[in-house]
Design a protein. Structure first.
Length: 480
């Protein structure tokens, strides 16, 4: 889908990093037996545990180079590939050395999300196809530049929202649209994933000698770290992360958007939550609810990083699930992740079979030289990720509010939002948390054509984002 150039509500774009990139490589079709040569950037849990086996394990695919700002990670990845797949790979600290390699056709991108935008644009400019992890972007404006780069440079770019490869979900959507359960009333998206505090040090965390810290920080702030762990916990700071509601939530929100059949932002959005109980060096909420008010049906989201109750090891559930998407309709409900539907009496009325491999889908799209073959094209990823971003923006421009003020704001929402809020309050009570300490995000009206928030300059600063020189995401004009 080609979309017209947007006038973002934020400030004008800044210049790009001055790097030397090869001319755009014309797209090509790979023969069925022709080897696809890949690079892999970002060698943490997803890079080592999913991307390398996901690509190197496929017939006719070879990873020939890996890159990460931490040389300990590149060495670990190289050992894994040599041990498991029987060949050596080149190791780099700077991802741009992979982009310089003319023989590399595509790159797997498992960097942290604050690096996704610039690294994807660099790859497209260098003529590389890319599989980039979720969430697609760190800012809404940045996501649109990623889409524009893929289109302008003719690259195949896939986002790693694996549910898009599950063949059962299109079957469920078609079944719902046939009217078997009647009109959709609400969609519930939730992720109850217990985590621990990031800690708060009195002295900055020492930077390992194997790590190029400036390169690791890239577009984000370069400042001392006072949390206990360097790597993944940066996801729980707004400077480098996007909270559970986007990091995990993009999977569920993407499915909800797919079910609703919309490419739009919600009409309005609001969020409530807080970083409760933990006095640490991170700042994203560990408990959060969001109302995405779509005209088709409301989507209610909840993230919980605390366990079910104080002094409990149990994990919260919603209708028997810890992470999921449940669709409530006039005549029953559908659990997307359980592939099962029930009528109002609780009787099971349908099950769906599926499965799929999103890495294999990306490789097949390369062989066909056809981005339409992708199950999760970059624009699909952008349209879903930006929904998560507007939910977080409501929270970020919110203020601490009394329970009475929270209730008053919630009453302005669609049917079902008050009940979702009361359930959230029960969770706070189970931890003896004072709800008056929560952050109340305002109702924000979304402007889909311009991909921003209506009449809210503070919110639109976050839409546009900010970058540290020289790692600045460029404005990519497309169509010209």
């Amino acid at each position: 889908m080609r979309m017209s150039r947007r006038r973002f509500c934020g400030t004008a774009g800044a210049g790009a990093v001055g790097i030397s990139l090869p001319m755009v490589v014309p797209a090509r079709v790979f023969g069925a037996n022709e080897e696809i040569l890949m690079g892999q950037i970002g060698l943490g849990i997803r890079g080592i545990g999913a991307h390398i086996p996901g690509f190197a394990g496929q017939k006719g695919v070879r990873i020939i180079a890996v890159a990460d700002p931490d040389l300990e990670r590149t060495a670990q990845a190289a050992r894994l590939i040599e041990t498991k797949y029987g060949y050596k790979v080149d190791q780099y600290q700077d991802m741009r050395r992979i982009f310089d390699r003319k023989e590399i056709h595509a790159v797997g991108n498992a960097t942290m999300q604050y690096w996704h935008g610039l690294s994807t644009i660099w790859a497209c400019q260098a003529g590389k196809h890319m599989y980039v992890e979720k969430p697609l972007s760190h800012y809404i404006w940045e996501g649109r530049q990623m889409v524009n780069a893929a289109r302008k440079y003719g690259r195949i770019v896939q986002i790693g929202t694996q549910r898009r490869a599950d063949a059962a979900i299109p079957k469920m959507i078609a079944w719902l649209r046939q009217g078997h359960l009647g009109k959709i009333q609400a969609i519930y998206c939730f992720a109850y994933k217990p985590r621990t505090s990031c800690g708060k040090r009195t002295e900055p965390l020492p930077i390992p000698p194997t790590l190029d810290y400036d390169l690791w920080c890239g577009p984000a702030k370069k400042e001392p770290i006072y949390r206990d762990r360097l790597q993944y916990d940066c996801s729980f700071t707004w400077d480098k992360g996007d909270a559970e509601s986007c990091n995990q939530g993009v999977h569920e929100v993407d499915v909800a958007r797919w079910i609703l059949g919309t490419d739009d932002l919600p009409r309005r959005v609001m969020s409530i939550g807080g970083r409760f109980l933990w006095d640490d060096a991170c700042d994203v909420p560990n408990t959060q609810i969001i109302c995405y008010d779509f005209p088709e049906a409301p989507v209610f989201y909840e993230a919980r990083n605390l366990r079910h109750a104080k002094n409990s090891n149990e994990v919260s559930e919603f209708r028997g699930e810890r992470v999921g998407v449940i669709v409530d309709c006039e005549g029953g409900s559908l659990s997307v992740y359980r592939h099962t539907a029930w009528d109002k009496s609780g009787k099971q009325v349908a099950t769906f079979s599926g499965g799929g491999d999103i890495f294999a889908n990306f490789i097949e799209a390369l062989r066909r030289n056809d981005p339409k073959h992708l199950v999760a094209d970059v624009e699909v990823g952008h349209l879903s990720t930006r929904i998560c971003h507007v939910g977080n923006i409501s929270y970020r421009v919110g203020r601490q509010a009394s329970l009475a003020d929270q209730r008053a704001a919630v009453r302005q929402g669609p049917p079902g939002w008050e009940a979702w809020f009361e359930r959230y309050l029960e969770h706070l009570a189970a931890h003896q948390i004072d709800p008056n300490t929560a952050t109340l995000g305002p109702w924000l009206e979304c402007d889909t054509p311009n991909e921003c928030i209506k009449d809210h300059p503070e919110a639109n600063k976050i839409v546009r984002g900010w970058y540290r020189e020289p790692y600045v995401v460029p404005e990519i004009r497309w169509p010209e």
